[in-house]
Ligand binder design. Sequence first.
Ligand code: NAD
Length: 500
Amino acid sequence: MRQVRTLGLLGTGVIGGGWAARALHFGVDVLAADVKPEMEAWIRGAVANAEGALSRLTFAPLPPKGKLSFTTDLEQMARSVDFIQENIPEQLELKQRILAQVSRQAPRDVVIASSTSGLMPTDLQRDMRFPERLLVAHPFNPVYLLPLVELVGGKATSTEAIEAARRFYTYIGMHALNVRREVPGHLTDRLQEALWREILHLVNDGVATTGELDDSIVYGPGLRWAGMGTNLIYHLAGGETGMRHMLRQFGPCLKWPWTRLEAPELTEQLIERMVEGTQQQAGGRSIRELERLRDDYLVAIQQVLRQFNLGAGATLRGLEERLYEASAAAARGTLAAAGAGEGAAAPLRLIETVVRPEWVDYNGHMTDSRYLQVFGDATDALLRYAGVDDAYRRSGRALYTVETHVTHQAEARALEPIYVLSRVLEVDDKRVQLFHTLHRGRDGVQMAAAEQLYLHVTTTAGKASAMDGGVRSRLAALAAAQARLPLPPEAGRLAGKAAR
Ligand SMILES: NC(=O)c1ccc[n+]([C@@H]2O[C@H](COP(=O)([O-])OP(=O)(O)OC[C@H]3O[C@@H](n4cnc5c(N)ncnc54)[C@H](O)[C@@H]3O)[C@@H](O)[C@H]2O)c1
């Protein structure tokens, strides 16, 4: 199957817009196709809306954004993309007809995935050409922030198509959950529906309002669910003997049972109660306002979970590792040539980025902490080249920052292209001294300089230690190659260095 450079979207409503925002953000071009020409303006608006929260999800270096194009010609889209995500309305016959039509145009090695919330892939692939490349890839709203995507194969689906889909979704920061067997509603919507059915019963019976029922989740189980699911949580609730005790204690209630299997009749009265209840909860806030609030806390929760390497936070860590590695890989050729003494007179251009709007403070200039972040990214690329990568850190060794001296010289404004030049000033067994300058992309003007001292540490013992011989020799080769460059005027200001 193909490497995905251009994602084709079939249907550009709520879900199509979410896919577009996510793919574009991580550097994939998008060709969006919808039967309604007015959806072009809609999808561009949806992408712009998503960007605020998405851009705060990670500060790892991102590739240049993808390009968004729009067409009403579904077949032309199918002929020109590497992967197709279908997001048209949830009607089996419509999906079957459009998928069959598109499959006659898309080359055989183009995976076609359906966002369907509950239809079965075997039914969807029935009339398709090359049905083995069809699978269900069910995302969650907002697609640009929630990492879960359920992958479900039908009778004809090949493992190759599922694997190619998994690779693509992981690349754009998602957690692909393989559903072993196709069932209506897949996994998550079955669970969500069970909860919703009980909500409808409780409202219908006048037991609780929509607000009270939401409180019953938000203040309790909802907080637990973000990090551990129901099963692991119940295992903890059973004390020392865990799940076995839990089942013994609560097993009998499952026979009563507390809950209903059929949803209640959707009478006008029930619909009124649900609508009035949720309007009261919204308290006059518009859908857009509530979406912004939801997006902001979804970003914050994922960042907290990242600290624990748990659930969606673990997915975010994996994504960041890939982004740092990609940025280091882009710089590796330059570093290797410099280490071998070729083109040694120049400092190394390792980071190219733009000042993101959220990096700017109330003065309209890049805020202090972002300078450290950009210099830190350049250090990361340089050290990864030298061999200090994730595996090295997992072996219990790392380089800790001992001191940083930043000189600010000119302001950087939002969306301004910038780049960093780096060099190794000195290295010994335990220490390495780096020097970076930050430049404005349009005229090369130097905006800041940073001199940094790092100490090699064995993390388990919390003690300074000698770095790996290979790491040291790669850093030393760079230092030697750059030694002929004049010492920058901003260098030599580290207090720690002077004291030695
Ligand atoms: N909304 C959700 O929360 C959610 C979550 C996960 C999955 N899904 C699934 O995603 C799919 C789309 O849902 P949505 O909420 O984005 O719907 P939507 O109504 O917002 O968007 C559907 C889009 O498809 C377009 N369309 C209709 N017929 C078409 C055709 N023949 N060719 C091309 N485009 C066509 C419409 O113009 C519209 O823009 C459904 O299968 C749904 O089950 C929805």
